[in-house]
Design a protein around this ligand. Structure first.
Ligand code: BDR
Ligand code: CA
Length: 323
């Protein structure tokens, strides 16, 4: 099987960092580049973190800086209480080996890279969707040239969960709902890995400790970078572990059989008290719904094999995929 050629669009972010390590160590993934976006921290911080992560775990992979703010709104405050003041759980960052910064803005890097590998590139987007919307605006034809877009974001109400920032909205979608509505409506194959499957997937304290013991430098890093994040989960959700958001998008790309999906067009509410809510019209629904019916189907994940996902991450970090 040929490798997944991936552009990782990211706002690192603790769970973004854990997902980067997952990609860097998995033999079936070829990282073509990292594109940064505002979100968990300012664009300056997420770009610095992307360069640190690429330099440390994915040598030779370029980083391009992306959007500092959403398409139509002001930039949100950094989520320091979740991801730490430096966006990476307040661990010390040795920036000696930082990846160099590509001269192009992220959306141009995306366009050029997709055009250089027509039909082959997966856009794995785990932050606000601003860079992808800007790429579509500059060059709408790339939609037909992308292999697939896999997004961590949104929620579709499984077990009553619609949001994690408001009762109706998930963080990545809420951070730029206008961009999200554009990206989910474009003519490229989209899979949405949202809270329906990322919140049931929990890395326990013991699981993370086992990665530290058995996963070498990568396992040690995953442990260290997740200390602040785990404390946040304990405080906010009384969880002895962490939700697995961004790494679930990686797992979906590698092993879609671990997920149950539902097809149908998706809209994003761009104003009102439920701004940022993602609503799917299931393909099986017979009533006409003009705001949905003209748009392509997306696959929304609504079920997950949790032990299978956790085993895939653990075996990748510990280097035991082939045993
Ligand atoms: C998403 O929001 C960010 O804080 C995380 O990195 C993840 O991408 C979860 O809602
Ligand atoms: Ca993220």
């Amino acid at each position: 099987m040929s490798k997944h050629k991936v552009i990782y669009d990211t706002d690192p972010g603790v769970d973004d960092a854990m997902a980067l390590v997952f990609q860097a160590l998995h033999p079936d993934i070829e990282l073509l580049g990292l594109t940064s976006v505002f979100g968990n921290a300012t664009i300056e911080t997420t770009t610095r973190n992307a360069r640190f992560l690429a330099g440390r775990f994915a040598a030779g992979v370029p980083v391009a800086q992306g959007a500092a703010a959403p398409l139509k709104r002001g930039a949100p405050e950094p989520l320091a209480w979740i991801h730490g003041d430096n966006g990476l759980g307040n661990i010390a960052l040795d920036t000696t080996d930082d990846a160099p910064l590509d001269a192009r803005p992220a959306h141009r890097f995306i366009i050029d890279t997709v055009r250089a590998h027509p039909g082959d590139v997966t856009l794995l987007a785990v932050g606000p969707l601003t860079n992808l919307a800007l790429a579509l605006a500059d060059d709408p034809r790339i939609a037909a040239l992308v292999k697939q877009v896999v997004i961590m974001g949104g929620a579709f109400g499984t077990d009553g969960v619609l949001g994690n920032v408001t009762p109706a909205a998930e963080a990545n979608i809420l951070a730029d709902p206008d961009a999200a509505d554009i990206v989910l409506g474009a003519a490229w194959p989209v899979a949405i890995v949202g809270l329906d499957v990322t919140q049931p997937t929990i890395m326990s304290h013991e699981y993370l400790a086992s990665l530290r013991e058995r996963g070498g430098a990568a396992g040690q890093f995953v442990w260290e970078v997740s200390r602040h994040y785990e404390a946040f989960h304990e405080q906010s959700a009384q969880l002895a572990g962490i939700y697995v958001h961004d790494s679930s998008a990686v797992a979906y790309m590698l092993a879609p059989h671990l997920y149950t999906t539902r097809s149908g067009p998706v809209r994003v509410l761009t104003d009102g008290i439920a701004v940022g809510q993602t609503i799917q019209k299931p393909a099986s629904m017979p009533v006409p719904a003009p705001a949905w019916d003209s748009r392509p189907d997306c696959k929304a994940c609504i079920g997950v094999d949790v032990p299978g996902m956790l085993a895939l991450y653990e075996r990748t970090i510990c280097g035991t995929l082939s045993t």
